[in-house]
Write a protein that binds this ligand. Structure first.
Ligand code: JFZ
Length: 438
């Protein structure tokens, strides 16, 4: 009798184990979430045949050019025949990533234009079958990443401006593409799941899948449960995240914020404001575009980018910084320069970022805190006053020192918090870091 009920219980547990509604991440998945939170800094890569158009002389987001310029599929399909990145050197990319202090790469496997940057057997609308280059970018990059211990994540767009069965259409890809006004939605989801199966089967262990595009029609029947189960079945450790700008759905392993710090909504995308208990990640552009844009030279300063990374870390969030490689396969020199400056900063101050979690004080106008064990790193990013009032901590402070020279900081505990004296000659241009020992 006991045996039978245990058997039933087991059968029941395996059943619910496959549904993401009651998703319980595997041990491997939980381990990778810790790795992810320790990693803190990654490179986002938006690369596709759109890079050939380099934004078309507009300041806009260059990977959207098909939709912005209303280019019919029949014409857009010529772009792959011009795409020949003879200077693509995956080892060079990975060397740059390492020097920048980044621990992982997230690259577009298929963006909204529907073009696969890898050797897909499900559709010939891919880099191997349609371009003179004829080689699988993802495979080469994965090999280079494996050699250097860099994890590789795949961005995948659920939204598709090319596939006829992406029907009914959503907010974008309407009217100009030349697709018939009918289609079989479920066939499209099957196609997407088949491509995801390729991505999770043919490239060894991947970091995870970074979904985007659900926002095109948030209420469509995406069959998320099935897709997320599939991914977790194929690779238990793979982390799933989605840029739907909503609170995370069951089956997701991290939450992401697009061009905003967690909880902020300067872009107008992130209305919900929910910050979940999952690992967090914020993605950001270096200029205004994700894909390579020849016209947009409005680069953010390294000071601003480092400060954003620090604030993100103060929320416990990773910083996924984007570059859009050029059609010849090289990363823009301006972006490489930025990455080198960030890498140099991290060489010196990485201890206060890598392996930390959000600190006891949530980011405030003056900066942010991160924490590792009994050490709290107080990052002072901007302060006009002579003293910083650090809000009261739960634990007693044993000592406060300046990160740069290890000298003791003068401080006084008050009823509002700890008043720390910050002499001007101790201040750093980007981030004055104090080490607070508890
Ligand atoms: C999305 C993509 O559209 C974009 O090309 C890039 O890949 C970025 C990382 O993610 O960005 C969005 C998402 C949602 C909207 C606009 C851009 N939106 O809701 O209008």
């Amino acid at each position: 009798m006991k045996k039978i009920s245990i058997l039933f219980l087991f059968a029941f547990l395996t059943m619910i184990g496959h549904s993401q509604e009651s998703y319980t991440p595997s041990d491997e998945n939980l381990k990778n979430r810790e790795w992810f939170q320790d990693a803190k800094f990654g490179l986002f890569i938006h690369w596709g045949v759109y890079s050939v158009m380099a934004g078309g002389g507009d300041q806009g987001i260059a990977e959207w050019i098909m939709n912005q310029k209303r280019i019919p599929i029949e014409q857009y399909e010529k772009l792959p025949s011009f795409f020949n990145p003879t200077k693509f050197d995956p080892n060079k990319w990975v060397a740059t990533v390492k020097k920048a202090g980044m621990k992982y790469i997230t690259i577009t496997s298929k963006h909204h234009d529907g073009f696969a940057m890898y050797d897909s057997k499900v559709s010939d609308y891919n880099i191997v079958d349609r371009t003179p280059y004829g080689k699988d970018i993802l495979q080469q990059l994965k090999e280079a990443c494996d050699k250097e211990g860099i994890k590789l994540f795949f961005y995948y767009s659920q939204l598709d401006w090319h596939h006829p069965d992406y029907y009914p259409r959503g907010r974008t890809g309407q009217g100009y593409t030349g697709r018939p006004q009918h289609g079989d939605w479920d066939k499209y989801i099957d196609y997407m799941n088949a491509q995801l199966t390729e991505l999770l089967t043919n490239y060894g262990e991947v970091g995870g899948i970074w979904f985007d595009g659900m926002w095109d029609q948030i209420d469509a029947n995406w069959r998320l449960d099935e897709t997320y189960s599939l991914i977790h079945k194929l690779q238990q450790g793979a982390l799933v995240g989605s840029n739907h700008h909503k609170a995370p759905f069951p089956g997701e392993d991290f939450q992401m914020f697009e061009r905003d710090l967690p909880g902020e909504n300067t872009m107008g995308f992130n209305q919900t404001g929910t910050i979940s208990e999952l690992p967090l990640e914020m993605c950001e552009t270096m200029n205004g575009s994700w894909g390579f844009n020849l016209k947009d030279h409005n680069y953010k300063s390294t000071k601003r980018l480092i400060q954003t990374m620090v604030k993100a870390a103060g929320y416990g969030a990773n910083f996924l910084l984007n570059t859009g490689p050029m059609p010849n396969g090289e990363i823009q020199p301006e972006n490489v320069d930025t990455l080198m400056v960030m890498g140099k900063w991290l060489d010196k101050y990485g201890e206060s970022i890598y392996g930390t979690r959000k600190g006891p004080i949530k980011p405030l106008h003056w900066g942010a805190t991160t924490q590792k064990g009994k050490t709290v790193y107080v990052h002072v990013l901007q302060l006009a006053e002579d003293n910083l009032l650090l809000p009261k901590l739960e634990q007693k402070i044993e000592s406060i020192t300046f990160f740069d020279d290890g000298t003791k900081a003068k401080y006084k505990n008050t009823e509002f918090g700890t008043l720390i004296h910050l002499p001007y000659d101790k201040r750093q241009e980007v981030d004055t870091i104090l080490k607070v020992e508890l």
